[in-house]
Design a protein around this ligand. Structure first.
Ligand code: ADP
Ligand code: ASP
Ligand code: MG
Length: 418
């Protein structure tokens, strides 16, 4: 029997009516002859509420208990989706991660898939069940504890099941009708793309475009999963939405194909750090061990410390705002242990990152200059810059974020197909 994976995000299962609407889309595929694996997210807002409860109870929480709490939202929707399908006479059964069992690493709140054994689901399909509803975002560690995959992780659950079960396609149903040149909530000029390459989507996702979780794109690229994003609210057919695919399937030839942003960034500067071999490792090792995701890094020019000829420098880096407390604690502990030394730690919690992405950058010069000119014309000051082969990112004041996205969208004429 051909098999499809259909994933419904939080807004698509936000209440019982929407679950019914999603279930009707599943039933339509079953009527077309497919077995279906449905992946559900928690009802919209639920995971944020659960995360809030954890933070209020224990700000530097034990990640195992964080996962125990925040994974629960998906359990509710999985059961409700199975019940809704049963009410529509579709034989369906729900599964929590550990029941499959979805085996992951023990990296709590950022776990990775190890294996998805097929036997249990295959047996149910063989018994005549047409739909397996899986609670997204969760799995079980080798120690037998519940894990979660990081925010937005249900997308990755969907792609992993599509790969494990050889699905014909992995359809990600969400509250937009495809992948756009930038978040359509930021500018009405955002243009829907029919196709986007894995590489570009990977960059956009990792730079903040939360329409797909980064890891889901990585897995789709590795296992050659046909990955599609489409609306759960519109009528849809085989042509709807945006297909994420190989570069050579794409006709567009723009240098920049999208703009992404990440709103909640912080910039931290260690002022007057000893400049010696091993200092970067001594700073960033403890940060990594504490689970801080350091992004951009700039080391300033070295100078002599006052009254001494020992070279000193300032070290600046960025990380998500909600990791600042952890970062501060890790750095202070490293200083107390005598591993690093610094005068002060300056923290700017009002930053945001804006990035332009495009595979065309590999062969075109001048993208950075055009980007910086566009930002300058709108008076946006750049705090930190980072580049790679197909992206340029800048850290700026959060209050200019929307303006910067719009300016860059205009500067690279992303509203026009090309
Ligand atoms: P779900 O709950 O279905 O997983 P998400 O909120 O995680 O949905 O992702 C969908 C949202 O991603 C959209 O509502 C949109 O605001 C945002 N988004 C950001 N960048 C893009 C983009 N380039 N194209 C489409 N949507 C985007
Ligand atoms: N419910 C989880 C989250 O909000 C997972 C997901 O929706 O993909 O992050
Ligand atoms: Mg999502």
């Amino acid at each position: 029997m051909p098999l499809l994976v259909m994933k419904f995000g939080g807004t698509s299962v936000a209440d019982l009516d929407r679950i019914r609407n999603a279930a009707a889309k599943v039933k339509a595929e079953v009527d077309r002859g497919y077995d279906v694996i449905v992946i559900v997210s928690a009802m919209s807002g639920k995971t944020n509420e659960l995360v809030g409860w954890v933070n209020e109870t224990s700000p530097l929480y034990d990640a195992r208990e964080y996962d125990a709490v925040v994974s629960s939202g998906e359990n509710v929707t999985a059961g409700l989706m199975a019940l809704t399908l049963q009410e529509m006479d579709v034989p369906a059964r729900s599964w929590q991660g550990w029941q499959v069992p979805i085996q992951t690493t023990s990296a709590h709140s950022a776990a990775r898939f190890v294996d998805i054994p097929r036997a249990n689901l295959d047996m149910k399909f063989a018994e005549g069940f047409k739909v397996a509803v899986i609670a997204g975002f969760q799995g079980v560690s080798p120690e037998g504890r519940i894990t979660t995959l990081g925010r937005g992780g249900s997308d990755t659950t969907a792609v992993a099941f599509a790969a494990a079960f050889g699905a014909e396609r992995c359809d990600i149903y969400t509250d937009v009708d495809g992948i756009y040149t930038t978040d359509p909530r930021i500018t009405s000029k955002a243009r829907k793309l029919d196709k986007i390459s894995f590489e570009e989507m990977l960059e956009l996702a990792s730079l903040g475009a939360k329409v797909l979780q980064t890891r889901s794109v990585e897995l789709a690229m590795r296992y050659k999963v046909r990955l599609r994003v489409l609306s759960s609210f519109d009528e849809t057919d085989e042509q709807s939405g945006t297909l994420v695919c190989d570069e050579d399937e794409i006709m567009e030839s723009k240098v920049v194909s999208g703009v992404a942003y990440s709103r909640e960034e912080a910039k931290l500067t260690l002022v007057t750090v000893e400049d010696r071999p091993g200092i970067a490792a001594a700073i960033f090792g403890p940060l990594a061990d504490s689970g801080v995701n350091v992004d951009m890094i700039v080391q300033n020019i070295s100078e002599k410390a006052q009254g001494s000829d020992k070279p000193v420098t300032d070290m600046t880096f960025s990380c998500p705002v909600d990791q600042v407390a952890r970062a501060r604690k890790a750095l202070e502990a490293a200083r107390d242990a005598g591993h690093i030394n610094y005068d002060t730690l300056e923290v700017d919690e009002d930053a945001a990152k804006v990035s332009v992405v495009g595979i065309g950058m590999r062969s075109h010069a001048g993208v950075a200059a055009r980007m910086f000119r566009a930002l300058a014309a709108d008076g946006v000051n750049i705090k930190v810059i980072a580049t790679s082969e197909i992206k340029i990112s800048v850290l700026i004041d959060r209050k200019y974020m929307e303006l910067a996205v719009q300016a860059l969208h205009d500067a690279f004429e992303l509203d026009k197909a090309g």
